[in-house]
Write a protein that binds this ligand. Sequence first.
Ligand SMILES: NC(=O)c1ccc[n+]([C@@H]2O[C@H](COP(=O)([O-])OP(=O)(O)OC[C@H]3O[C@@H](n4cnc5c(N)ncnc54)[C@H](O)[C@@H]3O)[C@@H](O)[C@H]2O)c1
Length: 416
Amino acid sequence: MKVLITGIDGYSGWPLALHLLRRGHEVVGIDNFVTRKRVKEVGSWSATPIGSFAKRQEAVDRLLGKKITFYKGDMTKFPFVVDVLRREKPDTIVHLAEQRSAPYSMIDVDHAVRTQVENITGTLHLLYAIREATPESHLVKMGTMGEYGTPNVDIPEGFFEIDYNGKHDRLPFPRQAGSWYHWSKVFDSGDVMFATKIWNLKSTDVMQGIIYGTRTPEITDDALLTRFDFDETWGTALNRFAVEAVLGLPITPYGKGGQVRGFIALEDSMQSLRLAVENPAKSGEYRVFNQFDAAYTINDLAELTHRVARDLGLNPRIEHPPDPRVEAEQHYYNPIHENLPALGYKRSRNLEEVLREIFKDLIRFRRRLEKRRHVVMPTVDWRQGDNTASLGARHSGGPAAPTPPTASEDPSRTPA
Ligand SMILES: NC(=O)c1ccc[n+]([C@@H]2O[C@H](COP(=O)([O-])OP(=O)(O)OC[C@H]3O[C@@H](n4cnc5c(N)ncnc54)[C@H](O)[C@@H]3O)[C@@H](O)[C@H]2O)c1
């Protein structure tokens, strides 16, 4: 199959490309490198050193004997998107190219608007381009489990049966997103569902759980590493906890730490996406996959990180700063996830195993973490309309101010 991955330079796009190549698929990619730029904007960098995209392509050629066709460009430019589809005529398009940070979207009005305009525009452009250039392509759209929020009932896969005032229907399950970013994903879901209906497209909307890990079986060399973010804006809770433990900072679950979320290992997220690619939706079908493996509380993650860190001779402690987000700190959480197992999905890694591997990589790149230790603690508060002052304080002098990396220290600065 020929698969187009939008966002191929990202945390999940890059290992997906490697995984699909190994399975014998042809891979084409799109990216505008905005994640690299925005992580730098908040004073951080990837814990793992990432080469320019040209260097990544060379590594794939040298180590795997495969080629990736790449188009640098922005999903918010319709002529670019439709042109790539007309030239490449992919069988499947995996759409990952979106602004993916909830805290980034909560910085201020500008970041909120940018997140929603870019994400929704990119998806609409892709839908129109598919209709025009490749109506037979299967779209695998990356959404998030965060679209559902944390309702006090079980969460089905996209749709549920309801009886109301004597009538029965199957309806989209209500979404209660918790950030401007997550709401952009909700709007995307509505647009993909509607476009599929009116244009008889094929689509899979993936409610992606939080991904963890630095490795997949295809990452066999440092030149093939994927990015790993750990700052308050771009890093997930587990990433931040592991980095905190390595740096001798307290491990910091926000608030009571009873927030529950669905998680999945990077390798298993790739397995799930590949299963979606290789088992396409039918014409006119909009299907939803809840893509996670197990649910944990934030306290579970903190305690596991604490235990693994101690085993490795580190001396961590856990502290609970106030929760900067507006969210339930203790709640019911039971999402259903049956569609992927029905296609043959099997968990390959458990959380503890992967966490030990994360620590191994982080300890190797400790110097890179040391240089960015000031970016881990939260400054973006959901209740504030404008967080630029607190975020900016990190950049503008004082002991916490970051030192800009030199090009030799940070290969991600090499123009791609
Ligand atoms: N990582 C997770 O835990 C997680 C969880 C749930 C959902 N998701 C979703 O999965 C997708 C991929 O996430 P990720 O962690 O790989 O993010 P990422 O930021 O590492 O990767 C996204 C890539 O898309 C590119 N991009 C962004 N906007 C673009 C645009 N307008 N045009 C062209 N390229 C653009 C970025 O430069 C980046 O390389 C996102 O849609 C995200 O919302 C991720």
